[in-house]
Design a protein around this ligand. Structure first.
Ligand SMILES: NC(=O)c1ccc[n+]([C@@H]2O[C@H](COP(=O)([O-])OP(=O)(O)OC[C@H]3O[C@@H](n4cnc5c(N)ncnc54)[C@H](O)[C@@H]3O)[C@@H](O)[C@H]2O)c1
Length: 391
């Protein structure tokens, strides 16, 4: 599939679902096919949606899909880990550059009377939270609490919280990871505050009757994620491969992750913001299959023609998960979630996005030497990576 087609589908999802009969190549549609997705898209027509973190890798894709459904989208983002050019430009999108903790900004965006809130803004991610734990608590803890307070006071129809399946199950859960499992042994401040966000959602649901949904994402990747010091393994590997550098593997390379294409996550989010069956629920949004990091590195090197190979560096202390694999049974039952994009196809789309946006990606990618022990030497450049790709 060409990248242009991906964005065309993202941008014209509703119309295309109505027009195109062949479901086999419509990865944007999942579950029972276009009847359900047409209803979902129709639901957003004329609604107002607040997307915090709407300039980010998942939020920008969600914003595009919502805007095309006819929703008026208010994006609240301080661009701390994203770029202005990544926010979809559309008359349906109002961009407010501000911090989610800032109450003036919250008053500004809730003045627009959103019907649904997608809370995706977060201080990103594990290594960053180890380096800056107080800032992590402020944004992911206090920021989420404030969003919930304003959403509750404003009487929004739905509050969708971006939770993290890579975080909240800890390292000792049986695979595949199921929603019932709980862990008190989380290994980074980010993992703790993503869990806190879910707990606050439960409080607002129980105490104030706010209709919350808590999808738990796993290792999202795809067009829209800019590489950088604290970013995920896939964009960083692609970036280094396109520069002809060896790909740094933190660990043995036998570690696995459940990589999920961003379009499938957006599909789940649109359902989560609409379907009654989702209310009060937490469910995994994942691919339901695992990929070894060494296989990922080899695939990216092959696809980009990078002959520099891989380089092994030591594992970070907090990086305690050797395998990640999610069950998607509950999301399937609850909202008809059914991821459509194969890993090969998703990687191809992501590489195409890199190639088409190379100059601005190269300009935006930041790999400054950090204070943490995870800073590594790669081909003469000091870089640091979230190489296991967990958020
Ligand atoms: N990407 C993944 O694999 C993954 C996995 C599990 C959970 N999640 C969760 O999904 C959400 C979105 O992830 P993403 O990959 O799009 O992240 P991202 O970093 O690409 O996007 C987050 C956005 O939030 C913005 N932001 C950060 N702090 C802010 C603040 N104080 N005020 C306003 N805006 C702020 C950033 O500028 C960025 O645009 C996050 O909540 C994350 O915890 C992501």
């Amino acid at each position: 599939m060409r990248l242009g087609k991906y964005f065309e589908r993202l941008a014209h999802g509703r119309e295309r679902h109505k027009r195109v009969g062949n479901l086999s190549n419509q990865y944007w549609v999942s579950g029972e096919g276009d009847c359900i997705m047409n209803t979902v898209y129709d639901h957003y027509d004329g609604k107002k949606a607040l997307v915090t973190g709407g300039a980010g890798s998942i939020g920008s894709n969600l914003t595009k899909a919502l805007a095309d459904s006819g929703a008026q989208v208010i994006v609240l983002d301080n661009l701390s880990s994203s770029e202005r050019w990544n926010v979809p430009s559309s008359p349906h999108v109002l961009f407010v550059e501000a911090n989610i903790v800032d109450e003036v900004a919250l008053k500004r965006v809730f003045f627009e009377k959103p019907d649904v809130v997608y809370h995706l803004a977060a201080f990103f991610a594990n290594q960053n939270s180890v380096d800056h734990p107080e800032h992590d608590l402020e944004v992911n803890g206090l920021g989420t609490l404030r969003l919930l307070q304003y959403a509750s006071l404003a009487g929004v129809e739905r509050f969708v919280y971006a939770s993290s399946g890579c975080s909240i199950y800890g390292s000792d859960a049986p695979l595949p990871l199921r929603e019932e499992f709980m862990s008190m042994h989380l290994s980074t401040p980010y993992q703790i505050t993503k869990m806190v966000g879910e707990l606050y959602c439960n409080f607002f649901s129980n105490h104030y009757g706010l209709k919350v949904v808590k999808p738990r994402f796993f290792n999202s990747y795809g067009p829209g994620e800019i590489p950088g010091q604290y970013r995920n393994v896939i964009p960083n590997f692609i970036f280094w491969a396109l520069k002809g550098l060896p790909l740094p593997i933190t660990g043995s390379g036998e570690e696995t992750r459940d990589f999920t294409f961003v379009g499938d996550i957006v599909d789940g989010l649109l359902r989560a913001g609409y379907m009654e069956s989702a209310v009060g629920q937490e469910f995994n949004l994942a691919s339901g299959s695992e990929t070894k990091i060494i296989d990922l590195a080899n695939m990216i090197n092959r696809a980009t023609g990078n002959s520099a190979g891989v380089r092994y560096v030591s594992r970070r202390k907090w990086d305690t998960k050797s395998r990640l694999l999610a069950s998607i049974d509950r999301a399937r039952d609850c909202i008809g979630y059914d991821p459509k994009i194969s890993f090969e196809e998703g990687l191809e789309l992501t590489i195409q996005w890199f190639q088409q946006n190379w100059e601005r990606i190269e300009d935006a990618a930041r790999f400054a030497p950090g204070a943490s022990a995870a800073v590594r030497e790669v081909a003469g450049t000091r870089i640091e990576a979230e190489s296991s790709g967990d958020r």
